[in-house]
Design a binder for this molecule. Structure first.
Ligand code: TEU
Ligand code: CA
Length: 555
């Protein structure tokens, strides 16, 4: 397999609003990020993916962009950006920017023009339709509740918004839109950035004729069925020809609704489209009839089956991205493991081992390297996320859930769990801000924080450092073939990697129970490469795994 820097890299995601506040207004910003670059260098990550910092009215925390070539005032200036970028490059790291081009903000100049009249030159930049029977053009629902259509009085027509009504969808079938997007990408690449994470790029090509979807029983609205639409590959190949192929850069497509088969096209190793995609299957296993609003937990067997399918199916054909958390997901520790005080350190290390030893490019979401947990939001007043706020209103008004139930689900699955301020130290507001933070700080910051962990060799942080360093030393961790063992075990996740006759065994105990496991013959007497308990250097025969123990053993 061809060796490339983005396959060997570890990516760290920064959610700028919550990372570090440089000026005391309670909101994270670019100067704050710049002040923490040494921390990221210490961790050893190669690439920073920055969630959107462009000008935005913040209906969806920057995923609603009103000017792609300007910086959000709350985050600083273009000068602050340039300083941050050169600070990143000076330290030998790279910067990947979020590219949000399925939609813009309704306050973007294109949309302001588009809504003015039916014959405005920008009209076809967006997706406008007449209503049917006094209602919206079709039955598509928005990912953020309600209809995906908004009536606009000036021209008496509806516009499509798959997300909030302040996020109108761009019309990618219009070549002018594609040209505008490509030249904007070029502008940033010429500035020196190193790649793009492409927001819901799988949704850009809408179904011709925008047909009604099939609403699940009892539901009013249907999924738009726009994932992997008819022209998505053609548009990405065009983007690749005109922009991506001209730079040494990294691309990752966020692909809601992507299947293994589709991913082989998006992230094909022949380089015609993107380098890799974020798939959603493993973060949907705990969904229920009302989507994420449930207290269902992920079944380990299902998780193993899903991740293994992605590992083996893409192998040699496309490239995986590896993630357990991001700014849209609850904290990985609380969700896939436990944040119980007695186990959380071991468990955070176990999850990291499980993920970082797989084939693909691993992503660390800010605070994951500290074992940050979900947040005990008391009431809806503590919640900021538009998705949670809308769902709370809609589902409690419909009587689907009580307010208490909804709050419980938000505490388990809401996106704000990942958006509470980064926990830097045990001083006021976790050292995130001198002012009043825009969202509550998780009260466990006095115990879980960076300052306490950086110098502690047994901390979650130090363990991540070790995993990241190992990946740089050992090609087998990056390129080795994956094979699942013990597929039917309820609480152990065991797999091997192999490359050029070398073999690596990874054992993860996903439970608090001590669990016996017999080391396979070919690994008997094998050297423990890394583990989260002080285990002897060589293992053989039957071993008793400790709660949430993880081990990687060389054959
Ligand atoms: O997310 C798109 C997406 O498919 C979901 O993760 C979605 O945000 C939500 O969690 C559905 O339940 C991307 C961004 O990562 C997200 O932050 C934005 O809100 C969204 O697109 C719109 O830009
Ligand atoms: Ca600030």
């Amino acid at each position: 397999m061809e060796k490339t820097w983005w396959k060997e890299a570890v990516v760290y995601q920064i959610y700028p609003r919550s990372f570090m506040d440089g000026n005391g207004d309670g909101i994270g910003d670019l100067k704050g990020i710049t002040s923490k670059l040494d921390y990221l260098k210490e961790l050893g990550v190669d690439v920073i993916w920055l969630s959107p910092v462009y000008r935005s009215p913040n209906d969806d925390n920057g995923y609603d962009i009103s000017d792609y070539c300007a910086i959000m005032e709350e985050f600083g200036t273009m000068g602050d950006f340039d300083e941050m970028l050169s600070g990143i490059h000076k330290r030998g790291m790279k910067l990947v920017m979020d590219l949000v081009v399925n939609h813009t903000s309704d306050e973007h100049a294109w949309f302001q023009e588009s809504r003015k009249s039916r014959d405005n030159p920008y009209r076809d930049y967006y997706i406008w339709r007449k209503g049917t029977n006094g209602g919206p053009p079709n039955n598509w629902g928005s990912f953020f509740s309600g209809s995906a259509w908004q009536y606009d009085a000036p021209t008496e027509m509806y516009y499509l918004h798959l997300f909030s009504k302040k996020q109108p969808d761009l019309n990618w079938d219009n070549p002018k839109v594609r040209t505008e997007v490509f030249s904007m990408m070029d502008w940033w690449l010429r500035k020196g950035i190193d790649g793009f994470r492409m927001d819901v790029i799988s949704l850009i090509s809408k179904k011709p004729g925008l047909p009604d979807g099939i609403a699940p029983s009892g539901a009013f609205y249907a999924d738009c069925g726009c994932a992997n639409g008819p022209n998505v590959h053609a548009y990405l190949q065009e983007m690749n020809r005109k922009v991506l192929s001209r730079y040494d850069m990294m691309t990752v497509g966020e692909c809601a609704g992507v299947t293994v088969e589709e991913a082989k096209r998006y992230a094909s190793l022949d380089g015609r489209e993107l380098n890799m995609v974020f798939q959603f299957e493993h973060v949907g296993l705990d969904d229920d009839i009302h989507g994420k609003w449930t207290d269902r937990r992920t079944d380990l067997k299902a998780l193993k089956q899903t991740l293994s399918r992605w590992q083996t199916e893409l192998s040699g054909k496309a490239w995986n991205s590896l993630y357990f958390g991001n700014h849209d997901q609850p904290r990985s520790l609380s969700r896939f493991g436990t944040d119980h005080k007695d186990y959380r350190t071991a468990c955070a290390k176990m999850l990291a081992t499980c993920l970082h030893m797989m084939q693909g490019t691993p992503y660390v979401y800010q605070g994951e390297e500290l074992g940050m947990t979900n947040c005990p939001f008391k009431s809806i007043e503590d919640v900021r996320d538009i998705e949670s706020l809308n769902a709370y209103r809609e589902l409690t008004e419909a009587g689907t859930f009580s307010k208490e139930e909804m709050m419980r689900f938000i505490r388990l699955r809401g996106r704000d769990n990942a958006r509470t301020p980064m926990q830097w130290d045990k001083t006021k507001n976790a050292g995130f801000t001198q002012g009043k933070p825009w969202i509550m700080v998780n009260p466990n910051y006095t115990e879980i924080n960076a300052a306490a962990q950086i110098k502690d060799p047994d901390s979650v942080f130090s363990y991540y450092k070790k995993l990241i360093a190992l990946r740089k030393q050992m090609k087998i961790i990056v390129y080795g073939e994956y094979e699942l063992l013990e597929a039917d075990h309820d609480t152990l996740y065991v797999y091997t990697r192999s490359l050029n006759g070398e073999k690596l065994l990874v054992i993860c105990n996903f439970s608090a129970q001590e669990t016996p496991y017999t080391i396979p013959q070919e690994f008997c007497g094998g050297r423990v490469l890394v583990g989260n308990y002080g285990r002897e250097e060589r293992v053989q025969g039957e071993i008793l795994l400790k709660p949430y123990e993880a081990l990687a053993v060389l054959g």
